[in-house]
Design a protein around this ligand. Structure first.
Ligand SMILES: [Zn+2]
Length: 323
């Protein structure tokens, strides 16, 4: 087992104890992985305690706002999509949600003029870079967290996803692609102080070459290419240069889990374990956790806990205190 033990909080120069949003608007343009459709994103600052909301700016005459929450999820087939009561939806939100979670952004409005978040290079690199460039501002309100009190597990065949009590935010993931270059990959990471940015953000989505035609026949992966996905072809990757990291695939699954768990509405204080899990199992896990009495508790974080939560590496970020 690989334990990615990096960047503990020795560099923490000051406790960050409040919610954050962007200092300014961020604009990103790209193409959807599954729809193949172009979309323009505008990431805007939002008020404290608002959380993350998507706004479909190409739709008017009905409610076009969708809160990024676990109980708004309407699609987990190959990516994560959410929709509101008017049937307005946005898909493939997980890599952007992971960037927001991993950078410690608590409040944001994500305007988008199409049905799917752009895939960019298949990782969260561009989203993180733009968030870093814009910088963050503290909002004077204490951050919340979702504390895990009891182990909750969901399973489908051999695959499972689990939340367990732990006084840190830890992701542990295992994938198995026997007979391919991926093989067995396992990794574990605490999400404190910039670890998401340094260890997971640049890891790309992946697929097996034999699955591409099946996805296209189903009207999916229409925007997919070697520019935005790592393609597994037996004992090698089709992409020039191969993988960015030897265990890029499992790290991408961890990235997905960070994004899907952000739909809890707050960082999860506990351990997430995924074995061959995906968007569907992680969403079922949140559904079960919130439906199980006393399994999880949403509460304000204490100053002592905040260095343990996902957030920016203070050495990387232009972070200013409000006021
Ligand atoms: Zn992904």
């Amino acid at each position: 087992m690989i334990y990615i033990a990096v960047n503990e909080f020795s560099h923490y120069r000051q406790a960050i104890i409040v919610q954050r949003t962007f200092k300014r608007d961020i604009q990103i343009i790209g193409t959807g992985l599954h729809s193949g459709r172009p979309a323009r994103l505008r990431l805007k600052p939002a008020a404290a305690n608002m959380g993350i909301w998507f706004c479909r700016t190409d739709i008017s005459g009905c409610d076009n706002m969708i809160p990024a929450l676990w109980d708004m999820v309407n699609d987990t087939r190959l990516s994560t999509g959410i929709s509101n009561e008017s049937g307005v939806s946005v898909s493939t939100i997980e890599h952007l949600m992971a960037a927001l979670a991993g950078c410690g952004v608590h409040n944001a409005i994500i305007e988008i003029d199409g049905p799917e978040v752009p895939i960019m290079d298949g990782s969260a690199t561009r989203f993180v870079a733009e968030i870093q460039r814009a910088g963050l501002v503290e909002q004077g309100q204490m951050a919340t967290l979702l504390e895990v009190h009891e182990t909750v597990r969901v399973r489908k065949g051999a695959a499972y996803a689990e939340l367990s009590p732990l006084a840190r935010c830890q992701i542990d993931f295992t994938i198995e692609f026997p007979g391919t270059i991926v093989g067995h990959q396992q990794a574990s990471l605490d999400l404190c102080n910039g670890n998401f940015v340094h260890e997971l953000a640049n890891c790309r989505t992946f697929c097996r070459v034999e699955d591409i035609e099946k996805m296209r026949a189903a009207g999916r992966a229409l925007g997919g290419s070697l520019e935005n996905a790592l393609v597994i072809d037996g004992d090698h990757y089709q992409n020039t240069g191969g993988a960015r990291r030897i265990d890029e695939c499992v790290r991408h699954k961890m990235l997905d889990a960070v994004g899907d768990l952000m739909l809890a509405g707050a960082p999860v204080l506990g351990q997430y374990r995924g074995y061959r899990a995906g968007h569907n199992l992680t969403n079922l896990l949140l559904q079960k956790a919130f439906a199980t009495p006393d399994a999880v508790l949403l509460r304000r974080a204490s100053p002592a806990e905040l260095p343990l939560l996902p957030g920016p590496d203070l050495q990387d970020f232009a972070l200013l205190r409000a006021g």
